[in-house]
Design a protein around this ligand. Structure first.
Ligand code: G6P
Length: 611
């Protein structure tokens, strides 16, 4: 969702602003803009649509200046248009905002009553207009600005990451954070404020993650951060993302690159966390000598939720523990009964998903003594910082909006987590643990084999021409895989697709089946194979084209299946890891054949920082 950048440079800043905005395109947006300060004047340039439009406009008439702010907007209040794009201006100030100002209506009414004019329909525009009202017309110095800034921010309810720039009076970026991500950066060419570290790849050498409630300013010579009225020190750390690791590395799309990175990610996870039969998660050492809780609650959104659903099968089967899995947006509002002796496991690629974060906060405020773990790909994220322990996913930067390698990393880490707890709690023997770990080590090679079948999957795209939808079916841990396969297809090809528990098909989706509804069937030897094959025959009998993903031997494969994608033979932990790859390829190639924007599909955001 919205991406924020602010730069105070040692030279011109337009190109740094654009670079940073490009690196945040993956977050999802529908308009963009920058504002640059030059000789005491602020000049904005904004365009609806892709960044390309803004770049074209700036190429025709560049904006000179050594300080500026920029924004990619994902519309919440008001349509995607030039007027609603950020930055927004007040008298002598410009502001970019990510989040939602919940009391914007009442603030707007008050400002209008005071004679202030609005130019946009956004909630965000109240911020610069409040700020300029607080500042008054005069040109005050930094001290007065600090007061006006504090006063403005105090009036805001909701969530925000805000960066403000003044036309005159100081050389600072003014910032405030509550609920939406924001970090500061510094490097040879300037100082920065940005929504994520990726935005600053190639610009900053060090970053500082702001905490919720932080407010302050940064200039080339100074940084000041306040929390509850008192000055606080925060740590600078070296830049976690290199410019190189954030590129496409010769692939056509980030998603394609990320699909191909999966064997390396799994190898990194195994190397980092497994030594012989010992599984160690350095940042969650509180799991060493763990005693099995009464109940485990897993909460996540989107693809991360699907990883949690698969893990439920493993946790219940091997640990015999009661497991509840929910999407964060429901969990946080349904007054969940948490009770003692319960662990929370949140899963998130970004660690900034607003609902997941609020679910964690709800859990911790209700039962502070219960353990809250997160499996997260960004160890510096809010979710990681607020959890009792973090297991980093080690997937590296994921840029494609549709999650791929972070998903298989979640599955791999979850499998290791189950094996670790099962072994330590003595519910799994050493021999069985070794056997499962040996199977996990086979995943790297198996994934390489599957990546070699990309062309075979691409050849299936005609089956998705002229269809009215697609159905994905599976049982057991392959049921969440079916959900994930459908979600991937839907997200990037804009085709309607549904994932269903194969046994539930007769209770609805069967009515949709005809020759224009391709059905992808996930049939694994380990998971109720014969029952899935019965469902497959029911689908065939109604004229659907069937694509079968299976680890069955060739001779056992049913006749008249339209396409078979062979999977390496897996054990109960590894089959989902294998099945993910052809499902990702299927979505990817169908999307390509339909000419959609694979890496930045319409309306979607990578990091959903508002609820
Ligand atoms: C968005 C993304 C998905 C992601 C979901 C949860 O919808 O487009 O790819 O699975 O958010 O995000 P998280 O960062 O919490 O895993």
């Amino acid at each position: 969702m919205c991406g924020i950048i602010g730069v105070v440079g040692r030279g011109e800043v337009q190109s740094s602003l654009l670079d940073a905005l490009k690196r945040m395109e993956y977050r999802g947006y529908d308009s963009a803009g920058i504002c640059v300060r030059n000789s005491g004047f602020l000049t904005c340039r904004k365009e609806a649509g892709k960044l390309f439009n803004l770049e074209q406009s700036l190429a025709k008439s560049p904006l000179a200046g050594s300080a500026g702010i920029g924004h990619t907007r994902w519309a919440t209040h008001g349509i995607p248009s030039r007027e609603n794009a950020h930055p927004h201006l007040g008298a002598g100030v410009a502001v970019v905002h990510n989040g939602i100002i919940e009391n914007h209506e009442s603030l707007r009414k008050k400002l209008i009553a005071d004679g202030v004019n609005f130019q946009s329909e956004t909630d965000s525009e109240v911020i610069p207009l409040l700020l300029s009202t607080e500042l008054g017309a005069a040109e005050f110095g930094t001290v007065e600005m600090a007061e006006a800034w504090q006063c403005t921010v105090e009036q805001l309810e909701g969530t925000y990451a805000i960066v403000a720039l003044r036309a005159k009076g100081d050389d600072c970026l003014w910032f405030a954070r509550r609920g939406s991500p924001l970090l500061l950066g510094r490097g040879a060419a300037g100082v920065y404020a940005a929504s994520d570290a990726l935005a600053l790849a190639g610009l900053a050498d060090e970053v500082l993650y702001l905490e919720d409630g932080d407010i302050g300013c940064i200039s080339l010579s100074n940084v000041e951060i306040h929390q509850h009225g008192a000055q606080v020190e925060r740590c600078w750390q070296s830049m976690p993302v290199s410019e190189q690791s954030s590129g496409k590395a010769g692939f056509d799309h980030f998603m394609q690159k990320e699909i191909f990175e999966q064997p390396r990610v799994i190898a990194d996870i195994l190397n980092a966390y497994v030594q012989g039969v010992d599984i160690t998660f350095p940042e969650a050492s509180l799991l060493d000598d763990a005693v099995l809780p009464n109940r485990i609650v897993m909460v996540a959104c989107g693809t991360s939720y699907h990883a949690a659903l698969t893990a439920r099968y493993w946790l219940e089967r091997y640990l015999q523990v009661s497991v509840e899995v929910d999407v964060a947006s429901e969990y946080r509002y349904r007054n969940p009964v948490i009770g003692p002796d319960t662990w929370l496991i949140t899963l998130s690629q970004s660690g900034e998903t607003a609902d997941t974060l609020e679910a964690l906060r709800l859990f911790k405020s209700n039962t502070p003594d219960n353990l809250a773990l997160t499996l997260c790909n960004v160890p510096e994220s809010s979710l990681a910082r607020e959890s009792d322990g973090t297991i980093p996913l080690l997937a590296g930067v994921e840029v494609g909006v549709a999650s791929t390698k972070a998903y298989t990393a979640q599955l791999a880490v979850l499998a290791l987590l189950v094996l670790k707890i099962a072994y330590e709690c003595r519910v799994m023997s050493e021999a069985d643990t070794k056997r499962h770990l040996a199977a996990m080590r086979q995943v790297v090679d198996g994934m390489h084999v599957l990546l070699g079948h990309a062309d075979q999957v691409q050849a299936l795209t005609p089956l998705f021409d002229d269809i009215h939808g697609a159905l994905f079916l599976g049982r057991g841990p392959c049921f969440p895989l079916a959900l994930e396969g459908a979600l991937k297809l839907k997200e990037i090809s804009y085709l309607h697709a549904e994932g269903y528990a194969a046994g539930e098909m007769k209770h609805g989706p069967i009515a949709l089946i005809d020759s224009r509804l391709p059905v992808v069937v996930l049939a694994a030897r380990k998971y109720h194979l014969q029952k899935v094959l019965s469902n497959l025959r029911e689908v065939q009998a109604r004229g659907a084209k069937v694509i079968l993903l299976t680890d069955m031997a060739d001779q056992d494969i049913p006749d008249n299946v339209d396409a078979v994608i062979p999977l390496p033979e897996g054990d109960s932990f590894t089959t989902p890891l294998f099945a993910a790859i052809p499902l990702q390829f299927l979505a990817y190639y169908v999307a390509r054949s339909r000419g959609t924007d694979v890496d930045q599909p319409r309306n979607l955001a990578k990091s959903v920082t508002v609820e």
